[in-house]
Each structure stands twice: as structure tokens, then as C-alpha cells.
Design a protein around this ligand. Structure first.
Ligand SMILES: NC(=O)c1ccc[n+]([C@@H]2O[C@H](COP(=O)([O-])OP(=O)(O)OC[C@H]3O[C@@H](n4cnc5c(N)ncnc54)[C@H](OP(=O)(O)O)[C@@H]3O)[C@@H](O)[C@H]2O)c1
Length: 298
């Protein structure tokens, strides 16, 4: 994949991937493991995680370990952080990949909450818990990648005030992103998503995913914004002595369970951009949204 001179990583490099028992997560683990990196494959279900681990071992990839992680559970997140600390001391790469879509046509608090808890709060809580473990001596800086989606581009939001504020990438704050998500949740409870200018699910019936994706879209807007906000926070922290490069990206439309395997890219193709960002960490694109190895519009 890369010229030897660019290879800063080795078997001592540690990467953690969430939601990695199948789909893109498993593809990302496989590509990183093929590079010789030590990879921690995490999954919320230990059986599914271990089956995935064994499948990699049967392909000759023995530099992968498994640890359980439910990104929607703070207890599970803290248990992973403690285990990583004890086992490796620190990590170099975190890839937040776990994600779900709401299959129900009813957009209610009950159907929306798990999507936001996984796709937004899960990413944020995992990242916060593992930030202290990111090493200060990773060449070029430690890396945090968030697998988002083009469904999170601002063109899908009708609320022009949010579009204006979120477009101002250098001033987005983590508190503002929280308030954006909580406002959406409140509008769902009040049944006022249309007045709130949120992506209207009726627009999504004919979308490639073939079913309503309002909440998914909001959650992906939120994580793309969170990556910019986190970058702003990290840059503003003077003298922390640690360089951490954060990126969000879309893998493309990939054939996995999330879209009933209707995607047009293979998992290996979809894993390419998140893995490339993790390995190359392009300085000019830190905090930004990527697809096909290029910065694209939020
Ligand atoms: N496929 C695409 O076309 C596409 C396009 C854009 C973005 N994405 C994004 O890519 C990421 C991966 O999706 P995918 O396409 O690979 O879908 P997938 O095959 O359905 O995989 C999703 C993974 O996330 C895991 N997961 C769900 N909730 C979790 C939780 N609470 N804790 C830990 N893991 C959890 C799932 O575990 P279980 O097996 O236990 O459910 C599974 O391993 C998602 O963030 C998705 O939004 C995908």
C-alpha cells in the first residue's frame, strides 16, 4: 500500500476499531492488521466479536485482539479504557465505526434515542474516554477517525440557522453540537421536526438506503460537527504536549447489513478512506470531512 519510507507504523502501533465484528469495521481491522499494526477488534457481542477474530486468524492475521465494547454503555467504554491501559499502556489510532440506522417508520423518542446514543453520543463518549490513552509519541500525531456519512452533509438540513452556524467550522463547539442533538430529540418528542427544519423522513423513502433516515442524517451531521469541535478544542489547549489529529469521513455506499447489502462498493473499497486517513493523517485535512481520500463539503 505504501512506500517503505512512509511507514511510520509497526507491530508496536496499536489501533482500536469499534463495531468491528462485521461490515466496514471488520474490513478496517483486516486492512490495518495486514499493515502489521496491532489491532483491537471491538464488538458489543462477545460471540460475534470472537467469530470475527477467528475469521481473521484463519486468514493468517494473528496481530488482532478482541475486547467487548458497547459504545452506548459508559460502563463498557470505561472497561475497555482500563483494559487498553493495562494491556498496551496507550494507543495510536482510534476508529469510531459502530453505527445503526432506524428501521422503524415511526420517528419517536424510543426509535430515535438508540440511534443518537450509538451514532453521536457513542462516538463522543468513546473518544473522550480514550483520548488520555492516545500516545504523545505517535509519529505525526495520534489519530481519531469517525466513520460518518454523506447523509450528514448540511445540504440535508432545512434549518438555515443551524446550517449557518455549523458551516463556520472553526467556531463549532462541543456544547453547541450537544444542544443541536438535544434540540432534535425535543422536537421529536413534541412532534415538531418539520417546523424545526430537520431532514424530513418522507424525503428519504426513495433514497439509496430505501427507508426513512431522518435520525441517521441528524446523527451524522452531529458527528461531522463533533470532529470539527473536538479539533477546535484540541488546538485551543495550550501546552498539552500531545498532537491528536481528528477526521470524519464517508466510506461511500458499501454493501453491508446496514443497507441490506445493496451498496455498490465492496467492504475493502469502503474501508480504504478511513484506513488511509489513519495511516497518512494529512495535515491539511485535520478536523475536516473526507470521502475517497479527499476533503469534501460538510
Ligand atoms: N455501508 C454504507 O454504505 C455506509 C455508508 C456511510 C456510512 N456508513 C457507516 O459505516 C459504519 C459501519 O457500518 P456498516 O455499513 O459496516 O454496517 P453494519 O454491517 O450494519 O455494521 C455496523 C456495526 O456496528 C455495530 N454496532 C451497532 N451498535 C453498536 C453498539 N452500540 N456498540 C458497538 N457496536 C455497535 C454492529 O454490531 P452488531 O453486529 O452487534 O449489530 C456492527 O458491527 C456506520 O457508522 C455507518 O453509519 C456506512
Amino acid at each position: 500500500m505504501d512506500k517503505e519510507a512512509e511507514r511510520w507504523w509497526s507491530k508496536d502501533t496499536v489501533a482500536v476499531v469499534t463495531g468491528a465484528n462485521k461490515g466496514l469495521g471488520l474490513g478496517i481491522v483486516r486492512q490495518l492488521a495486514k499493515e502489521g499494526i496491532t489491532v483491537v477488534l471491538t464488538a458489543r457481542d462477545a460471540t460475534r466479536g470472537n467469530v470475527a477474530l477467528e475469521s481473521l486468524k484463519s486468514q493468517g492475521l494473528h496481530n488482532v485482539n478482541f475486547h467487548p465494547l458497547d459504545v452506548a454503555s459508559q460502563e463498557s467504554i470505561l472497561a475497555l479504557a482500563e483494559w487498553l491501559h493495562k494491556t498496551y499502556g496507550g494507543i495510536d489510532i482510534l476508529i469510531n465505526n459502530a453505527g445503526i440506522i432506524n428501521l422503524d417508520k415511526d420517528v419517536t423518542f424510543e426509535t430515535v434515542k438508540p440511534v443518537l446514543d450509538t451514532n453521536y453520543f457513542g462516538v463522543k463518549n468513546v473518544t473522550k474516554a480514550l483520548l488520555p490513552l492516545l500516545r504523545d509519541d505517535t509519529p505525526g500525531g495520534a489519530r481519531v477517525i469517525v466513520v460518518a456519512s454523506i447523509y450528514g452533509q448540511l445540504q440535508h438540513l432545512e434549518n438555515k440557522d443551524y446550517v449557518k452556524t455549523l458551516s463556520d467550522r472553526e467556531h463549532i463547539t462541543e456544547d453547541f453540537v450537544d444542544s443541536f442533538v438535544n434540540h432534535y430529540l425535543k422536537d421529536v418528542v413534541d412532534g415538531s421536526q418539520k417546523e424545526g427544519g430537520w431532514p424530513n423522513w418522507t424525503d428519504w423513502v426513495n433514497s439509496p438506503v430505501g427507508r426513512p433516515a431522518e435520525t441517521y442524517s441528524v446523527s451524522k451531521v452531529a458527528v461531522i460537527a463533533y470532529v470539527s469541535a473536538l479539533h477546535n478544542t484540541l488546538v485551543a489547549q495550550p501546552g498539552s504536549g500531545k498532537k491528536i489529529n481528528v477526521f470524519s469521513c464517508c466510506p461511500g455506499f458499501v454493501a453491508t447489513d446496514i443497507n441490506n447489502n445493496t451498496g455498490t462498493k465492496t467492504v475493502e473499497e469502503g474501508a480504504d478512506t478511513p484506513v488511509w486517513l489513519a495511516l497518512h493523517s494529512p495535515e491539511e485535512g485535520i478536523g475536516k470531512f473526507w470521502a475517497d481520500r479527499k476533503v469534501v463539503d460538510f
